[in-house]
Write a protein that binds this ligand. Structure first.
Ligand code: DUC
Ligand code: ZN
Ligand code: ZN
Length: 484
């Protein structure tokens, strides 16, 4: 007799699809079988039973270097994630210059504890890699279960230079952490922005030309080269161009420990969405910016071909009011408007509807992109699949249900969705975290605080051999040991 049995559903993992009941005891999957009985039960007849999603790129209760705060906290952010089919999420904890890493993580603990309805961890943004941070605080963060560090190559108050980037890659590699990078060329963006503003082009639509595709591909190429120099793993987040995706693909083919992520906005929206009257275009401002329809097609092919390990929302919610997009007034120029758009609740429905239901990707690819790959890359071995012994993190989907997206149905703290009016087929109906109902048949069941912090393990680099460059190999550099 199990605590809970999910019966009659079609179970899918990143490898298989099969009919089975799932027996859950003490929050874990205890059995897969037929005719299982439990003290409690969920009828999943006619439904798909999938690993709960892991949203691995979202900005929750995060202030920017210039002081703006994202509109979702751990309560609203986690609820919205759960309604979108997620059992776990990994927002960022952002170190700002002059602040320590430990105090940053303590601050985010105070924001998340008692608030989240699903399990969570953080990626640490490193903006100030002092000697103390590199020597003591990053190892301490790793020991605390924070096993991924993000760096920026752009934004004056956040970016690290190439040597600092190498230092962070090296510390991360030593401990088994994964470095993530926002790869855009800072100088190109600053130069384009200045030129556009000098010519009087201030509207939100000029955000797109201010961030050229070449700014992304140059920075991705440099980031990959830096990672290859020290043979460290690196994840390029929010890849938005075919050129950038091609660089990730080529580096993977060469055996480098390079991983790529893309996001729904680059496949479902274009820069034409920025070209709306008044400030409306500000709703579609994110960085890297939206591109064009040829880019959308190319990124679909990279998803189909396996270039991308991760599909993340990059949920960066700034309301269309003076707390967010309009904080600098209604005549602010594009460079003064907060970057980012919401989407934590729609990441998976968009991919299911337009990917699985339209025949672009298999259900197995969907599961890999929604949960399994993030679990392996980010050190969550107990999550991301349906197998005996794993956390009972489960999302039950109705693959036939059709809904039209509207802001009123989102559970975030936002006043718009960039995907308004889109008709999607296939929606999650019930979501469990560790065997506990978070959402059931469209109703919130969990209470804030039910989610737990998950200490993560080191990145699994199986199958990614990498290579030592001759200049760092004592056999070919006159015997010098330069890096671990
Ligand atoms: N980078 C992100 O990852 N998200 C929002 C904006 C940004 O620059
Ligand atoms: Zn970024
Ligand atoms: Zn982001």
């Amino acid at each position: 007799m199990f605590d809970l049995v999910i019966s009659g559903g079609t179970v899918a993992t990143a490898a298989d699809t099969f009919r089975a009941d799932i027996g859950i005891t003490d929050g874990r999957i205890a059995a897969l079988g037929e005719g299982l009985e439990g003290a409690d039960s969920i009828d999943a007849g006619g439904r798909l039973v999938l690993p709960g999603g892991i949203e691995a790129h979202c900005h929750i209760a995060q202030e920017s270097a210039t002081g703006g705060m994202t509109s979702d906290d751990y309560r609203s952010g986690s609820i919205s994630a759960a309604f979108g089919g997620n059992s776990c999420f990994i927002p960022f904890a952002a170190q700002h210059r002059g602040k320590g890493v430990t105090e940053t993580l303590d601050l985010y603990d105070s924001r998340a504890m008692g608030a989240s309805v699903i399990d969570w961890s953080y990626h640490l943004i490193v903006a100030d890699p002092t000697e103390t941070v590199l020597r003591d605080e990053l190892p301490a963060a790793f020991a605390r279960g924070i096993t991924s560090f993000k760096v920026f190559m752009t934004y004056d108050l956040m970016r690290v230079d190439d040597a600092q980037f190498l230092d962070i890659l090296t510390v991360a590699k030593t401990h088994g952490a994964l470095t993530m990078v926002h790869a855009e060329n800072s100088g190109m963006i600053a130069w384009m922005t200045r030129r556009l503003l000098e010519a009087g082009h201030t509207a939100p639509r000029y955000h797109a030309p201010s961030h050229p595709a070449l700014a992304e591909s140059e920075a991705i190429n440099r980031a990959i080269s830096l990672a290859r120099l020290v043979d460290a793993p690196l994840l390029i987040v929010h890849v938005s161009t075919p050129e950038g995706a091609g660089l990730v693909h080529d580096a993977r083919l060469a055996g480098a420990k390079i991983f790529g992520e893309t996001c729904p906005q680059y496949l479902f929206l274009t820069r034409d969405d920025l070209d709306r009257p008044g400030m409306e275009g500000a709703k579609f401002m994110c960085s890297p910016p939206l591109r064009d329809t040829a880019t959308q097609e190319a990124l679909w092919r990279h998803i189909q071909g396996g270039t991308f390990s991760l599909w993340s929302s990059d949920h960066s919610p700034y309301r269309f009011d003076d707390t967010g997009k309009l904080a600098k007034g209604t005549d602010a120029h594009f460079g003064q408007i907060a970057n980012g758009m919401p989407g934590i609740g729609l990441r998976l429905p968009l991919l299911f509807s337009e990917g699985v239901n339209k025949g672009r990707i298999t259900l197995q690819q969907f599961v890999a992109l929604s949960a399994s790959n993030a679990a392996r890359l980010y050190g969550l071995p107990q999550k991301g699949s349906i197998a005996i012994g794993m956390d009972a993190d489960i999302a039950i989907w109705n693959p036939q249900e059709t809904r039209t997206v509207t802001v009123k149905d989102q559970h975030d703290n936002m006043d718009y969705t960039p995907f308004e009016g889109r008709k999607l087929t296939g929606w999650p109906t019930t979501v469990l975290t560790r065997g506990r109902r978070v959402v059931e048949d469209g109703r919130l069941i969990a209470t804030p605080g039910d989610g737990r912090f998950v200490a993560r393990e080191r990145i699994d680099l199986t199958g990614h051999p990498g290579a030592t460059v001759p200049e760092l190999d004592p056999a070919t550099n006159f015997g010098v040991k330069v890096a671990p």
